[in-house]
Design a protein around this ligand. Structure first.
Ligand code: C5P
Length: 293
């Protein structure tokens, strides 16, 4: 598909997806698990640029580019482009996508999902072809259980196998520190290693958390039900969590998704200093920090 303007190009931050709480409440007959999760999108992510080109092309650069080892055709970004064209009934758009991979791969913060969702948003703007919400949601779900939630990078409650979404609470101004020990964890393996699949859902949540203290008090009633299983497969997660818990300026530490990335919540003014302290102690870990929303 030729694009109206050859000069059109856009860049977006494909924000990391962080599960502040992740309860597993059951399992479907097809093996997929039922979740109840509070998901947020901090200002930390991959960078995705799109521009008109002579053919569909994906370039991958950045610190984690070499961890994306499969054939480019298997990348969710290209799958998103092709599925979008099919759903919209248009030719495959001739675009060059440049992914700067800054989030660790297979790390529980939805890197591939957020890249795919960002691709869908960028494609709509670049082609001027907009899917209706239902079609866009259904298409996203075919790309992965976490892709729909990444279409709207705002606090959301995620239920079902990941596709039942509702708006999450307003969050206070605060910071988040993400830490990954640079060990990949396989999501299906973590689900398989779980001991209990029927757990209680999250307690009712207010529409707004005014302060970091009230957010933390609520989150302390929650869990990540995948955390113990992930720790058993990847003991480094336990080390990351105890380092975050030992930092007095961190108010809550937990694992995101199926790991191995863990997060710490803190006052916004403390994020940089905490990041610096952790980097000195663990130069081999991936560490990033920023505003929670
Ligand atoms: O859909 P996605 O590729 O993100 O899921 C990866 C794997 O995680 C699935 O193949 C499945 O084993 C597991 N999963 C699950 N229940 C979910 C989401 C994912 O069991 N709700």
């Amino acid at each position: 598909m030729a694009l109206a303007s050859k000069s059109s190009s856009r860049v977006e931050l494909a924000r990391a997806k962080v599960n502040l709480a992740l309860h597993i409440t059951g399992r479907q007959p097809d093996g997929y698990h039922l979740l109840d999760s509070l998901v947020v999108f901090p200002q930390i992510g991959d960078r995705l640029a799109i521009e008109a080109a002579d053919a569909l092309e994906l370039r991958i650069e950045g610190p984690f580019a070499r961890d994306l080892t499969g054939p480019a055709e298997d990348n969710l970004i290209l799958k998103a482009v092709r599925s979008f064209a099919e759903k919209a009934g248009i030719d495959v758009p001739q675009v060059r996508l440049t992914l700067t991979k800054r989030l660790p791969v297979a790390s529980g913060i939805g890197g591939g999902s957020t890249d795919a969702a960002t691709t869908l948003r960028l494609l709509e703007d670049l082609t001027g072809t907009y899917l209706d919400d239902e079609d866009q949601h259904a298409l996203a779900l075919t790309l992965g259980a976490d892709v729909p939630v990444c279409l709207f990078p705002e606090p959301q409650i995620m239920r079902g196998i990941g596709g039942d979404l509702s708006p999450g609470p307003d969050l206070p101004t605060c910071g988040i520190v993400l830490v990954n020990p640079r060990v990949g964890v396989s999501t299906p393996e973590v689900f398989k290693a779980m001991e209990r699949r029927e757990n209680a859902p999250m307690d009712l949540m207010p529409e707004k958390f005014e302060t970091l203290a009230s957010l933390v008090a609520y989150l302390e009633t929650c869990r990540n039900d995948l955390q113990d299983a992930a720790k058993s497969l990847c003991p480094e997660i336990g080390l990351v969590l105890s380092e975050l818990e030992a930092e007095p300026r961190i108010n809550l530490a937990r694992m995101s998704g199926s790991g191995a990335t863990c997060f710490g919540l803190c006052e916004l003014r403390d994020t940089m200093e905490i990041e610096r302290t952790l980097r000195v102690a663990h130069p081999d870990w991936w560490i990033a920090s920023g505003p929670l929303s």
